[in-house]
Write a protein of this length. Sequence first.
Length: 223
Amino acid sequence: MTLYDRLAAVRDEAYRDFQCRLVPNIDPDTLLGVKTPALRAIAKEVFNGPDRDAFLSDPKHRYYEENLIHFFMIAMIPDFDACVKATEAFLPYVDCWPVSDQATPKAFRKNRQKLLPHLEKWIASEHVYTARFGIRMLMSEFLDADFKPEYLELVASKKGEDYYLKMMIAWYFATALAKRYDETVPYFETRRLDEWLHKKAIQKAVESFRVTDAHKAYLKTLR
């Protein structure tokens, strides 16, 4: 059975219609309508099967779901250097936010300090989803014990008008307000971000259950 056959066997037309609305920037003809749990199961099967290397060696796919499977498989690569190599080969082909956002390689989480220079390079990329992935990984891995204040500046300095890039920057700062409020709030007191990002990040922080009521009240005064 081919990969397409596996996907076609579990496709859901109603879910496909939902995905078309959720990811409006890609060709609807590339969407099959397969739910994430099924995609993760297929990715695990392919990763543990004889076709793994052939699949990962060709990052250019026809279907959105194949791209998700590709990144889910990359996330399973245990060796850090091999995982980075596979990630960098695939990132230029990422064309939408769900593919950028759903895979978190375990090898990255176990090697944060080795990962950091790669994140800095990816964030600097002009390719929207490479930069978005870099910011997301910085958000998920470097707002806790390994946090440094300069990481806030790294994201604040990222320029670009693409909606999906700006939404990730806003998400990063909203999460930073939840986890690193004291270091992050000066960026809003001094209006360090552009107006859209400033308001969107505050909106997301105010909507978050992780931000205290007192902090939410103060952030509302900074809108």
